[in-house]
Design a protein around this ligand. Structure first.
Ligand code: FMN
Length: 387
């Protein structure tokens, strides 16, 4: 067993153990991947202030996200097809998150269903919905999430249409997957993955097949996904969906201060500053660059969360120090899952927790809830002067 000290170690194992089609699906951004790259490289522009001779005993990373206690303010982001990175992947990730004490968010486009995850966990998780046209289906999704005890929904607002990821087309990734000679040859070398996958019945979109009208089997799914997303989405529709759910709501995919003001005015419990991990609008600014202006606009009106580009505890600390109250990791835990299943997700959380705790201490802080801009050195032109 290799010694794992970083998320990059898990990423290397993920690549080795998981079919190329699914590894590439996770490790891509849209079009030129500029935004995907800058999500991580912009974190490097921010430096930390080293402080000395400060008591660092009795440290804590415990905090709250939307009123819920968390062992550290790092949730698992909704990630589609997680059950293809490792058999029953959503259940494994949810269990790891529960044991660690951080929130797990289940994607609408998951392989394991809401019910599958609920049956295999003991604490409430969060459920992410895309904004779909079919009101009956949305209502049923909400009812199912409520029955499963989900304590919040995350409404994703940056995916009415899909940003193209070239590799997915070249690899034949689709729902259901199309296998080419090349992908079959690759699969033959990933036998550990294949054996586990043969042992589970969960291989299709569990929240959709058998639940959406006209999708009784996986083959009718492609046409459903092309049709289902609501291209006409507007803020009134967002308000309507929030009302339909009636519980705690987190609005995801905010990258602009004007949009943040609109989301806050709707009374969301939190917003997530996110560009979908660089998978939607290529050419958009990195999420970390967008964060300060959004905090200036609405930081006192709504809880502001952050994702896109986090690969370490130092990244988490930087986002929190800028003012985010919570963060999410996507690929960082998917790398762990693809590498080693549930143990890999736990390892990803451990790596990030250790980095977060140690870095906080070396910056002279003992309580994650007290970190602020004072521990950072942010370049004067970090946000950029755009016209
Ligand atoms: C493979 C993959 C699938 C994703 N699927 C979804 C999804 O189904 N719903 C959603 O709201 N966001 C989805 N996202 C975006 C994540 O929730 C999150 O915003 C993003 O991963 C954060 O960036 P990071 O991967 O750099 O941490 C997906 C991201 C990845 C990498």
């Amino acid at each position: 067993m290799p010694v794992i000290t970083t998320i990059a170690d898990l990423k290397r194992l993920h690549k080795r153990r998981t079919p190329k089609m699914f590894y590439d699906y996770a490790e891509s951004g849209s079009w030129t991947e500029q935004t995907f790259r800058e999500n991580t490289s912009d974190f490097d522009l921010i430096r930390l202030r080293q402080r000395i001779a400060v008591d660092m005993t009795n440290r804590t990373t415990q905090s709250q996200m939307i009123g819920q206690d968390v062992a550290m303010p790092v949730a698992l982001a909704p990630v589609g097809l997680t059950g293809m990175q490792s058999a029953d992947g959503e259940i494994k990730a949810a269990k790891a998150a529960e044991k660690f004490g951080v929130p797990f968010t289940l994607s609408t486009m998951s392989i394991c269903s809401i019910e599958d995850v609920a049956e295999n966990t003991t604490k409430p998780f969060w459920f992410q919905v895309y904004t779909l046209k079919d009101d009956d289906f949305m209502q049923r999704l909400f009812d199912r999430a409520r029955a499963a005890g989900c304590s919040a929904i995350v409404i994703t607002l940056d995916l009415q249409i899909l940003g193209q990821r070239h590799k997915d087309l070249k690899n034949g990734l689709s729902a259901p997957p199309k296998f080419t000679l090349a992908s079959m040859a690759d699969l033959a070398t990933k036998w550990g993955w294949g054996i586990e996958m043969l042992q589970t019945k969960r291989r299709f979109f569990g929240n959709i097949v058998g639940h959406a009208k006209g999708v009784s089997d996986p083959s009718s799914l492609s046409s459903w996904t092309a049709e289902a997303f609501d291209h006409a989405l507007d803020w009134d529709r967002v308000a309507q969906l929030m009302k339909m759910w009636g519980g705690k709501v987190i609005l995801k995919g905010i990258l602009d201060a004007d949009d943040a003001r609109k989301a806050a005015a709707l009374g969301a419990d939190a917003i997530i500053v996110s560009n979908h991990g660089g998978r939607q609008l290529d050419g958009a600014v990195s999420s970390i660059r967008a964060l300060p202006a959004i905090l200036d606009a609405v930081g006192d009106k709504v809880e502001v969360h952050f994702d896109s580009g986090i690969r370490s505890g130092q990244d988490v600390l930087k986002a929190l120090a800028l003012g985010a109250k919570g963060t999410y990791i996507g690929r960082a835990y998917i790398n762990g899952l693809g590498a080693m299943g549930e143990a890999g997700v736990t390892r990803a959380l451990e790596v990030i927790h250790k980095e977060l705790d140690t870095t906080m201490a070396l910056c002279g802080r003992r309580d994650i809830r007290t970190v602020d801009r004072d521990i950072l050195l942010v370049p004067k032109d970090f946000e950029g002067s755009w016209q």
